[in-house]
Design a protein around this ligand. Structure first.
Ligand code: NAP
Length: 522
């Protein structure tokens, strides 16, 4: 099937995983409407599930299909019982009326169990370490000798590129009864591409209990950020690469724009521990083009902005000046010898919201806190607008070097006197919310840390926070409580994305649509 456009399932079936049973009928009613199946992770629940009559569970789940899973500790689950006891419980679940029962190919396939769990109830699974394609294919062939409703193969991805193995298997098989993706943060994007290659189901967390697997997005995020369960036609991929990326709102913004403007593309979160591995094993691999889904553009976030500049065949003068790139676009144009060109749109992220609010910068004293790619971009943006810029950084050596390169003043963060500035840009990761899930799937801010004390802020000051969460950060809230203007990092994200969106799709992302997608009124 090399080079062919993959045939996706038309509509994926979403499975909502419960690692904790909702406490009340009202909580059960908050299960995401888009999920057609509810997975009871009996290995992770505190209470014994088989004492709950299936009909009662089914009615609490509003008639959805029920999947019983008792993942063994050997496959990364929470079930430490003997193999014999596990099999008894699986048989009991099948007899109690669960629609599907997850049975593990490596330990559950006894004649007795197969007699009691009907083929239509069997979700035959395997979870394990990274695999070569040959090994995974042989494993699938052994599993396929047993009749089942669905075959599920989940190898881990420990380094970038390993997540392509299950996707390549899916593509080669071209079946609708196989689900394969990679577990772990690097595998996150493979969960989202798998239905494009025929995997019929996608698992999502619910916020009732912790996610059943590291890197599992909530059902709400699958729908809102990636448009599931529908599968719009797509011809190319874009994405954001960083570490971490699971918290990024870029997929929501770009995919929302694609849906509204009918761009046949999907924007993915690429978690990488080493940029070089990601570049060689994913970007330069022939796998994605062979699926008919070439990767044609990347947003780049911390800590890879310097590395991104190094891999591009061509880069803009602005990216060279900053020494970092946040955008890589594959371009057949004359400037890109090997196709990839680097651009820096972060300065626009700072300049855009200030200009949109009519904040004049000419001659104003401004300080940028943080000397990474984002801080250096902010320095360039403010200086271009005529501000007198000082750079403040925790680490003196790095800060002084960046200030010298950009020809602005430097002050160690410990000696920063905010009262001397009327424009303050915060460009360190301090205050970044942990991506925790709450019932209903919303990530909640749990970080109330401030990067600096606010009492010295002068009247009339404006503060730009590059850090963002689903709702305003502690810094933004604190500044607003003082009656001062604070620019939310989501607004910075939106403005730096405008040029990225244009470079990747050739279309304009309407500002108002972006504000809605990022819930900027909250
Ligand atoms: P980076 O290259 O990792 O730079 C980190 C900077 O933060 C360094 O100057 C570092 O100082 C400082 N820092 C780190 N931890 C600190 C701490 N605990 N206390 C004080 N300073 C600390 O990252 P970056 O790419 O510049 O990004 C910085 C932040 O801006 C990130 O949170 C990123 O997500 C955010 N950002 C947001 C947008 C947006 O669109 N909203 C765009 C770009 C960046 P040392 O030199 O002392 O280590």
């Amino acid at each position: 099937m090399n080079g062919e456009q993959a045939t996706p399932v038309e509509r994926a079936t979403l499975i909502a995983s419960l690692t904790e049973l909702p406490a009340s009928t009202a909580d059960w009613a908050r299960l995401p409407a888009e999920a057609e199946v509810v997975e009871i992770r009996a290995d992770l629940l505190a209470a014994p599930t088989l004492e709950q009559p299936v009909e009662r569970l089914r009615s609490l789940c509003a008639g959805r299909k029920l999947l019983f899973t008792l993942r063994s500790a050997a496959e990364g689950g929470g079930c430490h019982r003997s193999i014999a006891r596990r099999r008894e419980l699986l048989i009991a679940a099948a007899q109690a009326g669960y629609d599907w029962v997850d049975i593990e190919a490596d330990r559950d396939l006894t004649p007795e169990l197969l007699d009691h769990v009907a083929a239509r109830q069997r979700l035959l699974s395997w979870h394990g370490p990274p695999q070569t394609l040959d090994r995974l294919r042989r494993r699938f062939e052994r599993m396929a000798a047993v009749e089942a409703r669905l075959y599920k193969l989940i190898p881990a991805a420990r380094r970038s590129g390993e997540e392509l193995v299950p996707l390549t298997l899916l593509h080669a098989l071209g079946r609708r009864d196989v689900v394969a993706f990679a577990s772990g943060p690097a595998g996150l994007w493979s969960r989202l591409v798998a239905p494009r290659l025929g995997a019929a189901v996608v698992y999502g967390a619910t916020g009732f209990g912790p996610p059943a697997a590291a890197g599992q997005p909530t059902v709400e995020a699958l729908c809102r950020d990636y448009g599931l369960p529908e599968q719009r036609p797509i011809e190319r991929l874009f994405g954001v690469v960083g570490n971490p990326v699971a918290h990024s709102l870029s997929p929501r913004l770009h995919n929302g724009g694609y849906r509204a403007l009918d761009v046949p593309a999907l924007y993915l979160p690429f978690h990488a521990t080493a940029f070089g591995d990601f570049w060689l094993n994913v970007v330069e691999s022939s796998a994605l083009p062979s699926f008919g889904l070439p990767l044609l553009g990347l947003s780049v976030t911390a800590p890879f902005k310097d590395a991104a500049l190094a891999v591009a065949a061509g880069s803009s003068p602005l990216a060279k000046l900053i020494g970092a790139a946040n955008t890589l676009v594959f371009d057949q144009g004359v400037h890109a010898e090997h196709g990839w060109s680097a651009e820096a749109t972060d300065p626009q992220g700072v300049a855009g919201p200030l200009a949109a609010r009519g904040v004049a910068l000419d001659g104003r004293a401004a300080v940028v806190v943080g000397a990474g790619g984002a801080g250096r971009s902010a320095v360039v943006a403010l200086r271009q607008a005529g501000a007198e810029v000082t750079l403040a950084n925790r680490g003196e050596e790095r800060g002084r070097r960046a200030a010298e390169d950009l020809q602005v003043g430097f002050v160690p963060l410990a000696a920063l006197d905010l009262s001397r500035y009327s424009v303050v840009v915060h460009a360190t990761p301090v205050g970044r919310p942990a991506a925790a899930a709450a019932p209903g799937g919303e990530a909640v801010p749990v970080n109330s840390e401030l990067p600096f004390g606010l009492s010295a802020l002068a009247a009339g000051s404006v503060v730009v926070d590059l850090v963002y969460g689903q709702v305003p950060t502690a810094l933004v809230r604190g500044v607003r409580e003082r009656g001062l203007l604070a620019i939310d990092g989501r607004e910075v994200l939106l403005h730096q994305a405008l040029a990225q969106f244009r470079a990747m799709t050739g279309k304009e992302l309407p500002l108002e649509l972006g504000r809605q997608l990022l819930a900027l009124d909250r």
